[in-house]
Design a protein around this ligand. Sequence first.
Ligand SMILES: [Zn+2]
Length: 220
Amino acid sequence: MENKNAEVTNIEPFMRSDQYNFIKLQVKNIIHAHATVKDKDVIHAVKYNSLQKVLDLFPEANEDEQALLEKIVELEKDIEAERFLNELIPYVIPFENVTEKTIMKLFPKAKKLKLPPLDEIDFKDISYLGWYDIRSEKKYLIANYRGKLTGIHGTFKPSVKGICTLCNSYEEVGLFMANIKTGRETNISRGNYICRDSQMCNENIVSLDKLNSFVELLKN
Ligand SMILES: [Zn+2]
């Protein structure tokens, strides 16, 4: 039977978590402009500049997707921003389903590895899965690198506040160092500073570029 109440849209999930975060940032700019700028032309410029940046993320967007994104220029108040951002959530593609089995497969040598709380993670909120294993004093990361789930792990030494290599934000970071095989019997240590709190890091990620470079550099 035909469901007359069903909304007919031509929209499947089409944005990643980092893209959603990018849109969120643009929305924040627009609301901020409305609250602080009096000049209508300036507000107009801010809005259309933000819209252009958002549309540039989705060159393949169909008409319905574009219409959805274009609502960004109508936003003026916090409550409208919140409603708009909630409206986008169904269109976020979750990070690949990671199970205990996936983790064991990606880190076959890690014995008694403490697993992240998989049930509590909203996979729509993450661009990578990261957690700290207190027993081995290592941090484990799983990212989708070139279409393939890739695991990297390294020692992690908490440090002071600094810029995170993954999300480019000023946060509580730590030095992540991974052992990389460079030849049959040679290993080198390579790494950089990344957020201690991977959940927060994920909220800050507005592009996958840095995450991809990090994985490229550190994968075995
Ligand atoms: Zn970070």
